[in-house]
Ligand binder design. Structure first.
Ligand code: TXA
Ligand code: MG
Length: 322
């Protein structure tokens, strides 16, 4: 089992050394925990695919500590620069053309001419990337197709024996994977909704981004093709309440008086706050998934703002099970 250590100057230096030596670490970010490797080291990147059981057609996000470092690996056009200046660091990944001769492993971007880049806001992630001194390839730190991890414990449960070190930095405050915004084409397109909303992007670019959920012949994001974000227990969406044998994932005030005491009932946010709901979503699904229920009934979530991203994950999770 990998060691879980709390983030401090020593463990951050250890993590950076492991990365430079071609090893794998689990690291906290504000979206979800990442499985990091040196993006310039093809063998280290190959270990990520092996550890996750990830299909090699699925490219990985490269994490940087500064916009200058992003410029070295991606062609930051005007839109990319404006977006990065306004919205980084944060829960946003942008896709741009790859720079030639950047040294980033071709495997990391799955042979595509484009590259996905993110500058996370979590202080520990930033410290590790800066200390490593190289761009860090990091998908979510879970076995391919399973729920993303929002705690160091989740990482240990999913991948513990395949990682050299896990750095614990608290629960992920956002709780959903980053928004993926493709800026490599003629128009900006959101390939994965997240905490950075279409409205946030419109405020910077002056135009509304298109939204492409990949539900057509030629999905742009290989990840859209794949079974994703799925617990093992069946999900029943837009449920008014639980039926016999079901767990209940509620949202907003609930009339169920036993809600506070019953371990089969979890409320994403009893006050109906979407940020609180996003931050709790994966942790509660992880927990209810272990309870041996027939299904997990899920309350309807408003389909606006961050609710778009929550519903995207819920639909993919439920769809993957049919
Ligand atoms: O919040 C996050 O984004 C987390 C943390 C660790 O940064 N990472 C994460 O990575 O969610 P991952 O690998 O689980 O999801 C990356 C998504 C995949 O759907 C992948 O197909 C897509 O980004 N992607 C990566 N590079 C791409 C590219 N060049 N073109 C289109 N899609 C790309
Ligand atoms: Mg993932």
């Amino acid at each position: 089992m990998a060691r879980i250590v709390t983030a401090n100057p020593q463990s951050i230096a250890d993590a950076a050394a492991i990365l430079r030596d071609g090893g794998l670490i689990g690291l906290p970010t504000e979206t979800v925990y990442g499985l990091g490797a040196n993006a310039l080291d093809g063998k280290a990147v190959a270990k990520i695919f092996a550890a996750k059981g990830r299909p090699s057609i699925n490219p990985i996000i490269i994490h940087v500590a500064t916009i200058e470092d992003a410029e070295k690996i991606g062609v930051m056009n005007d839109d990319a620069r404006a977006i990065a200046t306004a919205l980084w660091p944060g829960p946003l990944t942008i896709i741009v053309k790859r720079q030639d001769h950047s040294g980033v492993s071709e495997l990391a971007s799955a042979g595509l001419p484009t590259i996905a880049i993110r500058m996370p806001a979590h202080e520990v992630a930033r410290a590790i990337i800066a200390a490593a001194g190289v761009p860090i390839a990091a998908p979510s730190a879970n076995a391919s197709g399973t729920l993303s991890p929002t705690s160091a414990q989740h990482v240990a449960e999913s991948l513990g024996d395949k990682i050299d070190l896990i750095i614990a930095g608290g629960g992920s405050s956002v709780g959903l994977e980053s928004t993926v915004l493709d800026l490599s084409g003629d128009v900006p397109v959101i390939l994965r909704p997240g905490a950075v909303t279409p409205e946030d992007i419109e405020r910077v670019l002056g135009t509304k981004p298109a939204i492409d959920d990949g539900a057509h012949d030629k999905p742009k994001s290989p990840g859209q093709l794949l079974r994703h974000y799925a617990p093992l227990t069946k999900l029943r969406l837009n449920a008014k309440g639980p039926e016999a044998g079901e767990a209940f994932l509620a949202f907003g005030p609930t009339m169920l008086t036993r809600a506070k005491l019953d371990p089969s009932i979890k409320n994403l946010s009893s006050s109906g706050d979407l940020h609180e709901a996003a931050a709790n979503l994966f942790a509660y699904l992880h927990e209810l998934d272990k309870g041996g229920f027939n299904a997990i009934a899920v309350s309807p979530i408003p389909d606006e703002g961050l609710g778009l991203a929550i519903n995207d994950r819920l639909k993919r999770a439920a769809g993957a099970q049919q």
